[in-house]
Ligand binder design. Structure first.
Ligand code: HEM
Length: 132
């Protein structure tokens, strides 16, 4: 089983990688590359949802949370999940609304999504202490 610090470091790498993907996808739509935006964000959708589900499963069934993490790490992880789980739920609206071209819904949810995602990124990368 992975240790607490290993889990947190892996999480940071994954959050950074998918955020880079999202940033390129937003650049793509801002410069009119709709197909590229759709493809990159489809990959973003799969990777992000897989990470959130795998991470939740690991914390619930895979490790003893009280032994693996310090109280500060547990608190920081909880705050991170308050952003990550709503982000994941919003993605369930973002992908279908993009594919079906419900443009107003897609852009309105996209505005909320970007704010919640910034919270996910900041709490996942900067505020998670990864040293045991
Ligand atoms: C976060 C801010 C986002 C903005 C401002 C945005 C904006 C847009 C816009 C303007 C379109 C073109 C819609 C049309 O012409 O009907 C589009 C298409 C699309 N978007 Fe987004 N989007 C965002 C995020 C996302 C996310 C997170 C996903 C997936 C999880 C996504 C998936 C798609 C898909 C699949 C399409 C269709 C592409 C195609 O027609 O080939 N978008 N988006």
């Amino acid at each position: 089983m992975p240790t607490g610090p290993q889990i947190i470091l892996t999480l940071k790498v994954l959050v950074t990688a998918v955020t880079a993907l999202l940033a390129v996808a937003l650049w793509a739509i801002a410069t009119g590359r709709k197909k590229l935006h759709g493809r990159l964000n489809t990959a973003f959708f799969v990777l992000t949802l897989t990470t959130v589900v795998a991470f939740e499963a690991l914390l619930r069934f895979g490790v003893n949370v009280k032994e693996a993490f310090t109280p500060e790490q547990r608190q920081a992880l909880l705050v991170h999940l308050y952003f990550a789980v709503p982000s994941a739920l919003l993605l369930l609206v973002m992908l279908p609304s993009g594919l079906r071209k419900y443009k107003r819904l897609h852009i309105a949810c996209g505005a909320v999504f970007v704010v919640v995602w910034i919270g996910t990124f900041v709490t996942g990368v900067f505020f998670l202490p990864h040293a045991g």
